[in-house]
Design a protein around this ligand. Structure first.
Ligand SMILES: Cc1cc2nc3c(=O)[nH]c(=O)nc-3n(C[C@H](O)[C@H](O)[C@H](O)COP(=O)(O)OP(=O)(O)OC[C@H]3O[C@@H](n4cnc5c(N)ncnc54)[C@H](O)[C@@H]3O)c2cc1C
Length: 474
């Protein structure tokens, strides 16, 4: 039962599975230890945002997701009445894909298994040690205690992360101050609108996508102080719907009732030598704007290729430090925007409602709408600080590249994202290419043109495996 591999991942949620896919794609041997014997049927997350969809597109997973979800061209910020409009975003995926978390996990698990990941369910990690050569993990499975040895350990084991706790990495932040609740139920008389509000509370109601249930996500102004430990009842949901919307929509047969809160914390470090943290293990917050799963998948996407290169000896260990320096500020921004949303979500006094009205009006301004849409969709993220192998920065370096069309020297036209399917670097050279920026393992692409005004006049683009520009040359 004891085993040895290159990377052990604790936690087979969306973050752990995405990290496993990225490592396996790069040829690294990965074992995922997941304590649950089966995927949970209830879905916390329901959304995949545009950047995550782009990531799926870069790895050939977008079509699978699109077949299982419903695209919606809008999002919400703090449950304000004015919706975020994603249609103006600079992307081929200008929408939220409504897709239950259990389906996202199913798709990622399917991909991980295709790539040869060793996924072991029913295995709970209880401890680990690390030294200069590797990590040793202790776990409990159906046959008792066993150990696994690897070069690196990823803690993708969620909000109460065992790996983070045992590592001693501080998880700084604030306790729960307000609670809210959700209910997945059958509605005999579902509403046409999806948000309702008055001075007593507000809620969103959306179809779950299984053809049977709707989700209520309720901020009940009279029940913000109810402790997380108090179970949600069907009657509590009914009373909230009646006082806020004047009807209970014929609700019945709850499938899942859950209370959640605004505890907000960030890991002080995403790396401790051979141990790396990702997803909810690094950041927790009120689930406002539907971001947590997305940011976890994006953490894994930033980490996977770096760790693979370091293990293969293709890059120095310092590349791995850039995982913390690039992703921890993203975690901080996530906490900041969810705290701001919490402030407007739990606001029910006269002056608070007036402030919400101001924000509703401001959101009608295209620039404001775009700014907040970019935040929620992670389109405001760039990594301008130079990392290996680039010493200096060009103005575009670190930018996220939307999908573009490339005309190759043989006249064929391909999309940029299709070239990233294998997770390699791209060294795109136009005629007369210059610039000393070498990545030995990069895929060389001889092109005569690329769509997108901002790349006009460039002779070379060095693209990271995660679709960000590392460097350019004129
Ligand atoms: C009410 C609610 C609604 C939400 N809605 C959205 C949304 O719409 N959009 C969105 O993007 N996000 C949403 N989120 C957040 C999202 O669910 C999380 O951010 C996401 O699940 C994080 O993924 P993860 O893989 O990092 O952690 P998790 O999903 O928590 O996965 C961690 C895994 O590790 C396993 N594990 C834990 N400890 C061990 C151990 N010791 N050994 C082995 N395995 C272990 C667990 O069983 C679990 O499978 C919501 C959250 C809540 C609470």
């Amino acid at each position: 039962m004891n085993f040895s591999t290159q990377v052990i991942i604790t936690g087979g949620g969306p973050t752990g599975l995405m990290a496993a896919c990225e490592l396996a794609l790069a040829g690294i041997k990965v074992t995922v230890l997941e304590r649950r014997t089966e995927r949970v049927a209830q879905s916390r997350a329901l959304t995949l945002h545009p950047r995550t969809l782009e990531i799926f597109s870069m790895r050939g997973l977008l079509d699978r997701a699109l077949k299982r979800g419903i695209p919606l061209p809008t999002g919400h910020y703090g449950v304000l009445d004015t919706r975020l409009d994603f249609t103006t975003l600079d992307t081929d995926c200008p929408y939220t894909l409504f897709i239950p978390q259990t389906v996202t996990e199913e798709l990622l698990e399917e991909r991980a298994l295709e790539l040869g990941v060793d996924l072991r369910r029913g295995c709970r990690v209880t401890g680990f040690t690390q030294d200069a050569h590797g990590v040793t993990v202790t776990a409990e499975g159906s046959d008792g205690t066993f150990t696994g040895h690897a070069l690196f350990l990823i803690g993708a084991d969620g909000a109460r992360s065992t790996i983070r706790t045992l590592s001693g990495i501080p998880f700084n932040g604030t306790e729960v101050t307000s609670t809210m609740f959700l209910a997945d139920m059958v509605l005999d008389d579902p509403p046409k609108a999806n948000s309702f509000a008055n001075d007593r509370g507000r809620f969103l109601v959306v179809p779950l996508g299984d053809g049977k249930h709707h989700r209520f996500a309720v901020v009940d102004g009279d029940r913000l102080a109810v402790p997380l430990s108090e179970p949600v009842t069907e009657e509590e949901v009914r009373q909230a719907a009646l006082k806020i919307a004047g009807t209970d929509f014929g609700m019945r047969d709850p499938f899942w009732l859950s209370r959640f809160g605004d505890e907000t914390r960030l890991a002080a470090s995403y790396r401790q030598d051979r141990v790396l943290l990702a997803g909810d293990a690094c950041h927790i917050h009120l689930p406002a704007g539907g971001q947590g799963l997305n940011v976890g998948v994006q953490d894994a996407f930033n980490l996977g290729w770096k760790l693979a290169m370091v293990i293969k000896g293709d890059a120095p260990d310092s590349l791995l430090d850039s995982y913390h320096t690039e992703r921890q500020p993203v975690g901080q921004a996530l906490l900041d925007n969810t705290l701001a949303q919490t402030a407007v979500m739990v606001a029910f006094k006269g002056r608070d409602l007036a402030l919400r009205q101001v924000l509703n009006d401001l959101l009608k301004l295209p620039q404001v709408n775009r700014l907040l849409s970019d935040q929620i969709c992670a389109f405001d993220i760039a990594y301008p600080a130079p990392i290996w192998p680039v010493a200096d920065t060009s103005p575009l370096s670190g930018e996220r590249l939307p999908d573009s069309e490339l005309q190759l020297v043989d006249g064929t036209v391909v999309t940029l994202y299709s070239l990233l399917q294998k997770g390699s670097w791209l060294d795109i050279r136009m005629p007369g290419a210059s610039g000393a920026m070498e990545v030995e393992t990069a895929r060389q692409v001889e092109a005569t043109g690329i769509t997108g005004d901002r790349y006009a006049g460039l002779s070379r683009l060095l693209v990271r495996p995660d679709g960000h520009l590392a460097a350019t040359a004129a």
